[in-house]
Design a protein around this ligand. Structure first.
Ligand SMILES: [Zn+2]
Length: 200
């Protein structure tokens, strides 16, 4: 059995003071660092958008942040500009230990489509390559932590479980945005997909 820790989007813009802050997003970092040594592989994901990305409200006239629009691939929440490539907001939080990371996988770089999941873009079909990386390394079990529980962690965990990985989400090492009931919806979706939700 080979286990990987997948640390989702612990970046400045998702932490307090960032452009799309997740409340208490920085409180989980020390414990995530401690957890890294217990795994065969550590993978970090990094939301990585070009300026004027289609998921930004500022890219759509007369739309504000947190409104939902219909994109060719389905409904899309519009976000404040965040995690723009090369900016300090897109950098990992300075307290996160990057040294143990075997792989950093970036997502959301296609201007036309968002990518909440570490496995697929928001059309749920275009792969990021992470599945192939895990399979070729013989990794079968995943533990996910990070930000935000109800979006990128949720989508990543649901995809992982659907792909057949044994998937656990450490809820105590995640924080949520909780937009219009999104936290409960996420918990329901993960549970339905067979994700194991734990608190330690
Ligand atoms: Zn994003």
């Amino acid at each position: 059995m080979t286990r990987a820790l997948i640390v989702i989007d612990v970046q400045n813009d998702f932490c307090p003071g960032g452009a799309l802050e997740v409340p208490q997003g920085d409180e989980i970092i020390a414990q995530i660092n401690d957890l890294m040594k217990d795994f065969d592989a550590v993978i970090l994901t990094q939301d990585w958008h070009p300026a004027r990305h289609s998921s930004f409200a500022s890219s759509h006239s007369a739309k504000g942040p947190y409104e939902v629009i219909e994109m060719p691939y389905g409904p899309q929440v519009l976000w404040p500009d965040h995690c723009i490539q090369g900016t300090s907001g897109a950098e990992f939080h300075h307290d996160l230990n990057k040294v143990p990371a075997d792989l950093i996988i970036r997502k959301g770089f296609d201007p036309a489509i968002d990518s909440y999941s570490a496995f697929f873009e928001n059309d749920r079909t275009t792969p990021t390559g992470l599945e192939g990386y895990l399979r070729t390394r013989g990794i079968t079990e995943l533990v996910l932590v990070g930000l935000a529980l109800d979006f990128c962690v949720n989508y990543s965990a649901v995809d992982a479980a659907k792909l057949g990985f044994k998937t656990e989400v450490r809820q105590d090492l995640c924080r949520a945005i909780d937009l219009n009931g999104s936290l409960q919806s996420a918990i329901d979706a993960m549970t339905t997909a067979g994700v194991i939700l734990t608190r330690v």
